[in-house]
Design a protein. Structure first.
Length: 387
């Protein structure tokens, strides 16, 4: 933008601080999230510049498969359209053989990651969770197992009587490589009491994430926006992720997830926001600026946003296009139209933005299908924990 004199000078000062790599406060993040009109253009441009300086013009993606192994859940999250009661004809729980076959099929399609999550099924024992990992590993010694959110780990602890550290060590020994940082939603208990009153607290999520990082198990971080949260609560969430990362270094990426509202109780109660294109741009841009120098990778979720809108986020601070997501079920249950993209489709979408597509593994090592196998040995992949 050529002329910034007509813009609020405090707003410009915040962007200048972000450009210089300074740590933005929650109040500053809130101000950026409340930007409007020409301010949004300036915010997006600044985030894109910071992204370019930090990670360059490469846009990464992963070839992965989602396996949602059960939709039976003791929870009652008001944002969830995936959950089913046990006696519902649509309820399911996959057997170990099915999991092995789905993994084998994914490997044949070139997948390097299995993302394995499900509901909090009260009929599954901790040993069942261990056996699922073994079932995946029996199909491939190299596939990266990205599995079991903090809510699932908490569920295992309650069911088994083991503490969190014992649970994580046993899962790691059985083949777990990394953990999705879902169940974060918004890390403000006032919000959680509305959208997921029976789910783990923000403090419990943080405790489990910190324990995972201490035990050298990397995780992603997520934020779900577009329901009852305020701009200040989004900024607080991002500041909390930054705080954890500064102390542990265990987050591989942040994944902003717009709330998929169809068929949910929050929609029934009218507790949803009608998100605009600008809303998505602002969240991705502010995430880049608030997490600058700490969480280098900001993902855009095409399955939530649509491939076209996800492309736009690549110009607002994002540098990762998620994955192929073979067999995505959770967003589909909430009205999502997009479940799968082929690697060549992702690469083409990235190229159309003028950026360079590169395949990665779960811990953001670049993969070259034509290069030596050393780049694709995932089981022992080097991460910042090995440095």
């Amino acid at each position: 933008m050529k002329n910034t004199k007509t813009l609020d000078q405090n707003f410009i000062k915040i962007l200048d601080r972000a450009s210089e790599g300074e740590k933005l406060t929650v109040e500053e993040g809130k101000r950026l999230l409340k930007s409007s009109g020409r301010e949004v253009e300036k915010l997006v441009k600044t985030a894109d510049t910071v992204r370019k300086e930090q990670v360059g013009e490469t846009v990464t993606y992963v070839v992965n498969r989602n396996i949602n192994f059960t939709n039976i859940c003791r929870g009652s999250c008001k944002f969830c359209a995936f959950r089913r009661e046990e006696d519902n004809p649509e309820s399911f729980t996959l057997g170990k053989k099915e999991v092995t076959e789905k993994t084998r099929s994914a490997v044949e399609k070139g997948a390097t990651e299995i993302c394995f999550q499900g509901g909090l099924n009260p009929h599954l024992s901790f040993e069942d969770y261990i056996e699922y990992l073994k079932a995946i590993r029996s199909a491939s010694e190299e596939i990266h197992i990205h599995s079991y959110s903090p809510a699932e780990i908490d569920h295992m602890s309650k069911a088994s009587g083991l503490d969190i550290e014992e649970i994580i060590l046993k899962l790691r020994d059985a083949g777990l490589d990394s953990v999705p940082g879902t169940a974060a939603e918004i890390l403000v208990d006032k919000v959680r009491r509305v959208i997921c009153p029976n789910k783990i607290t923000a403090g419990r999520w943080e405790e489990i994430i910190r324990t995972l990082h201490r035990l050298k198990v990397p995780t992603t971080a997520t934020i779900m926006y577009g329901h009852v949260e305020t701009p200040k609560e989004i900024a607080f969430h991002l500041a909390k992720i930054r705080e954890i990362q500064m102390e542990t270094g265990g987050f591989t990426e942040l994944v902003p997830l717009p709330f998929a509202k169809e068929n949910t109780k929050l929609q029934e109660k009218g507790l949803v926001q009608n998100l605009s294109e600008e809303d998505h741009l602002k969240v991705h841009a502010v995430a880049r600026l608030m997490l600058a120098n700490h969480v280098p990778n900001i993902q855009t979720s095409w399955v939530k946003l649509s491939p076209k809108m996800a492309q736009m986020m690549l110009n607002a601070g994002a540098n990762d296009f998620s994955g192929t997501l073979i067999e995505e079920n959770i967003t589909r249950a909430a009205g999502g139209e997009y479940q799968k993209l082929k690697p060549e489709e992702i690469r083409e979408l990235i190229r159309k933005t003028g950026r360079i597509p590169r395949e990665r593994n779960t811990t953001y090592q670049l993969i070259s299908r034509k290069a030596a196998k050393t780049e694709t040995v995932l089981r022992g992949a080097k991460s910042k924990f090995d440095e």
